[in-house]
Ligand binder design. Structure first.
Ligand SMILES: Cc1cc2nc3c(=O)[nH]c(=O)nc-3n(C[C@H](O)[C@H](O)[C@H](O)COP(=O)(O)O)c2cc1C
Length: 329
């Protein structure tokens, strides 16, 4: 059983943090389907959180409900004191776990020396981890990559620093920052990290199916896995992995399951976001959710021209009505 500090993560399956994706609506959807042991929030800028003018908007992003628990809030930044202050504020919000991002490869984040840039400055990374650890009483995790690039693979050193400074678990996306999402994640490196550390190691990168998740755990010995992109196309993936781990058959969602999920998710979005943002999110998720479905491409083309949320929802309902009628015929 995976324990991160005092928090039980059962099953040891984690929804990976994804900016613009793992907002409260999506986390709830994944949680309601089941099979997920821990959900992660989109990363939060420590600077925005500690800045009086940006704070209100950031706190709004950080809203969560008990139904999502256990939940991790991830923060990023380059300044030790700002990160410690942000961590203190995170703890006040009451999540189960605080996570530090040391893996983001986006130029905007790297330039500020945050995210994966910290893998190139292990002294700064250590001071940051120690400072955040000092202010927190809840479990602390760190998520990182292999390193900045192939000639600077610092993940074993960073893992040791985490362990020596009271970090409760680490997660590694087995690519370098330079690779972004190119090439294949190097799972043997997850095995090396696991062999090196005594604290739990979570593996991440390229899990597309329940088979992949079981294979990663088997091949690397990792204590749990994070699933990111595959969950956007298939939010049932956690329940499918959990079923396989318990030696149960893995169920494929029916067309009715899909319709119910999409419409529930979309109504959550439509009820909360201003309509322009809602439309943007609805388009993005329709693209993912209808990937590989018969006639999905027709719906995806059609939704580009829909003017508002109501017509959008009507189009999605019609798509599923037609699909279910075809299935019944
Ligand atoms: C759209 C998107 C946004 C992401 N945002 C974050 C983030 O905020 N914090 C983070 O640590 N990783 C972020 N990631 C990386 C994922 O958490 C994960 O490490 C990566 O996608 C590899 O896992 P996968 O192959 O299962 O997708 C993001 C990835 C994507 C695709």
């Amino acid at each position: 059983m995976l324990k991160i500090g005092a928090i039980t993560v059962d099953p040891p399956l984690v929804l990976a943090p994804m900016a613009g994706v793992t907002d409260r609506d999506f986390r709830l959807i994944v949680r309601r389907i089941g099979g997920v042991g821990l959900v992660s929030m989109e990363f939060i800028s420590s600077r925005a959180l500690t800045d009086k003018r940006a704070r209100a908007k950031t706190l709004e992003l950080m809203h969560f409900v008990d139904e999502e628990r256990p939940l991790a809030i991830q923060i990023y930044g380059a300044d030790v004191d700002t990160m410690a202050e942000a961590a203190r504020m995170v703890e006040e919000l009451g999540p189960d776990i605080c996570d530090i991002n040391m893996g983001c490869p986006a130029n905007k984040v790297l330039k500020g020396c945050a995210g994966a840039a910290l893998m190139g400055d292990l002294d700064l990374a250590e001071r940051m981890i120690a400072a955040v650890r000092r202010v927190l009483t809840i479990p602390l995790t760190v998520k990182f990559r292999l390193g900045l690039n192939d000639s600077a693979r610092t993940y074993l050193e960073l893992g040791r620093i985490c362990e020596a400074n009271g970090v409760d678990a680490v997660a590694m996306h087995a690519r370098t920052a330079k690779q972004m999402f190119r090439g294949a994640a190097e799972w043997p490196e997850i095995a090396r990290l696991k062999e090196t550390l005594a604290i739990p190691v979570l593996g991440n990168g390229d899990i597309k199916s329940a088979d992949d998740a079981l294979r990663m755990m088997h091949e690397t010995g990792c204590d749990g896995v994070l699933v990111g992109r595959a969950a956007t196309k298939n939010p049932w993936i956690f329940s499918q992995i959990a079923a396989r781990m318990a030696d149960r058959a893995e169920a494929e969602p029916s067309m009715t399951d899909r319709r119910d999920l999409i419409l529930t998710h979309f109504r959550l979005i439509a009820g909360r976001e201003p309509s322009k943002h809602a439309l943007h999110k609805l388009r993005k998720f329709t693209g993912w959710y209808t990937h590989g479905l018969p006639h999905g491409a027709t719906l995806r083309r059609q939704i580009n021209d829909l003017p508002d949320v109501e017509t959008f929802l009507a189009a999605v309902e019609k798509f599923f009505e037609d699909a279910l009628a075809r299935d019944a015929a």
